[in-house]
Design a protein around this ligand. Structure first.
Ligand SMILES: Nc1ncnc2c1ncn2[C@@H]1O[C@H](COP(=O)(O)OP(=O)(O)O)[C@@H](O)[C@H]1O
Ligand SMILES: [Mg+2]
Length: 286
């Protein structure tokens, strides 16, 4: 898929293949093109070129049919403040043509998944940030979609609320819902996703399971070397000469693929997806 805005290529030849029943993550820094990708998958944005196939339906031509089998949680909270929790979900049940006789059950089920049954009569505006996110997810599930798109599902939430949402997403995955989620939180991708596509400037720079990505790009172990800026520059040069990848981590340097003897003194540590992310996107982690 390619999508340009003026002369900016927001999505630049991205290829995505999502197996049914898996949870796939689009991991990339802000501006990488994740939301634009999501919007093309729902027909909200039109690709300049490329083909998109969702559940055997060709987009954008069949996007209406595809949408009835997809649940979408947008990055921006677009809940109607004037509705109650129950109404917010009911409106979607009607919109997605859940048969009238099944609506009450479907709404209850969605509220149950979102663990909001006891808040059903409350106004949307009375909910906390975490509850609003759960409501957005519940609302997207009211028509029992086969595919769920989650665009940055935990952005801006505090760690405890985030891990609550991880529990919810993980249960959906266990129930066999096919999930495509975007995130710039590495830990989120590492915990929830079977496979991850790392995106940078509209392109996929790597694809694989978190384990595969780590093994391929960072190796099993990294050597973390602390020291003065001059010492760190020396270590960088030493590694570069030998073709080893490095990443800066504030006051230290990590030498990746440092499995054998590097001739350097430092602390050995297990590698992680953050190493891969920083290496491939050039982003620093706050
Ligand atoms: N409607 C738009 N008009 C112009 N530029 C846009 C629009 N939407 C996104 N962009 C640009 O496209 C790039 C990718 O944006 P986006 O898909 O939102 O990235 P992400 O979701 O990964 O943060 C950014 O440079 C952004 O500024
Ligand atoms: Mg986005």
């Amino acid at each position: 898929m390619v999508k340009t805005f003026g002369d900016r290529r927001a999505v630049d030849g991205l290829d995505l293949d999502i197996a049914p029943g898996t949870c796939v993550g689009l991991l990339g820094p802000n501006g990488a093109g994740k939301s634009t990708t999501m919007k093309m998958l729902t027909g909200q944005a039109l690709a300049d070129s490329g083909t998109i196939d969702v559940l055997g339906l060709s987009l954008p031509r069949q996007s209406k049919a595809a949408r009835t089998r997809m649940g979408v949680v947008p990055q921006d909270d677009n809940l109607d403040e004037d509705l109650t929790v129950h109404q917010a979900v009911e409106v979607f049940a009607a919109l997605y043509r859940v048969p009238r006789a099944e609506r009450a059950t479907a709404v209850d089920k969605a509220l149950g998944i979102a663990t909001l049954l006891d808040r059903r009569g409350d106004g949307v505006k009375e909910l906390s940030g975490g509850m609003r996110r759960r409501l957005l997810i519940g609302r997207a599930l009211v028509h029992s979609p086969e595919v769920l798109l989650l665009d940055e599902p935990t952005v801006g939430l505090d760690p405890q609320v985030r891990s609550e949402l991880w529990g919810l997403i993980s249960r959906l995955r266990d129930d066999g819902v096919t999930i495509l989620m975007s995130t710039h939180y590495i830990e989120e991708a590492e915990r929830l996703c079977d496979r991850v596509t790392i995106m940078s400037h509209g392109k996929a720079v790597a694809e694989g399971s978190p384990r595969e990505l780590i093994d391929e790009h960072a190796g099993a172990e990294a050597l973390e070397v602390y020291g003065s800026p001059a010492r760190l520059a020396e270590v960088e040069a030493h590694a570069r000469d030998r073709g080893w990848a490095t990443r800066r981590t504030g006051t230290s340097i990590s030498v990746l693929h440092a499995n054998g003897d590097t001739g350097l003194a430092g602390e050995r540590r297990i590698t992680n997806l953050e190493d891969v992310f920083v290496l491939l996107t050039g982003e620093e982690i706050a």
